[in-house]
Design a protein around this ligand. Sequence first.
Ligand code: CA
Length: 229
Amino acid sequence: VPDPDDGSAATVVLVEDEPAIADAVAARLRADGHRVEVARDGPAGVALCRAVAPDLVVLDLMLPGLDGYEVCRQVQAARPVLVLMLTARDEEADVVVGLRMGADDYLTKPFSMRELSARVAALLRRSPRPAPGPAPLRLGDVALDPAARRVQRGDQQVHLTPTEFDLLVRLAEQPGTVVGREQLLADVWGWRGAGSTTRTVDTHVASLRRKLGDGVVRTVHGVGYAGGS
Ligand code: CA
């Protein structure tokens, strides 16, 4: 049984309308030592996240009331939180939209409970992340404060999701150094060679550029990304 104090036990909100999947996922996460609260539609999911301030939200994409995108957007706007999105295989094209709305990772149904466990553990390992150091980091006109997890462009504060922030810090720690997509998946998402899609990285980079301008991350074709222009 995980020790609730060692960081491995988390409060998880699960938003899923299919009872069989909701029951299986909740049972597995509870067996892993997490506290799990379940909502069966979008509005209930938003309300539950407000009420319990979870560490992680496991969020089905197709939901009654409000879809997963909108739930994700509203939850992230209220308080940054890790989000693992669940999608059906024929919704895979929509994953990019979900990642843009602030999801950190996704799982395509049908998935094994073992896969779910691993993905949740990988996300939770990243939060809270140790601050790289007291010194703020800079990329062009963007300033990052890793301790306070704040980002400013010029004198404007910019809101980033936890994953966007971690990705930006990783690139800003060694400006100009090219980091491969697989390395970024390992360092930021906690994945090591498990066949994760690199599209997750590309989508988060696109989101950083949208929020912070094109100069913050440079694409090195066929290799990966580097912080700076
Ligand atoms: Ca559904």
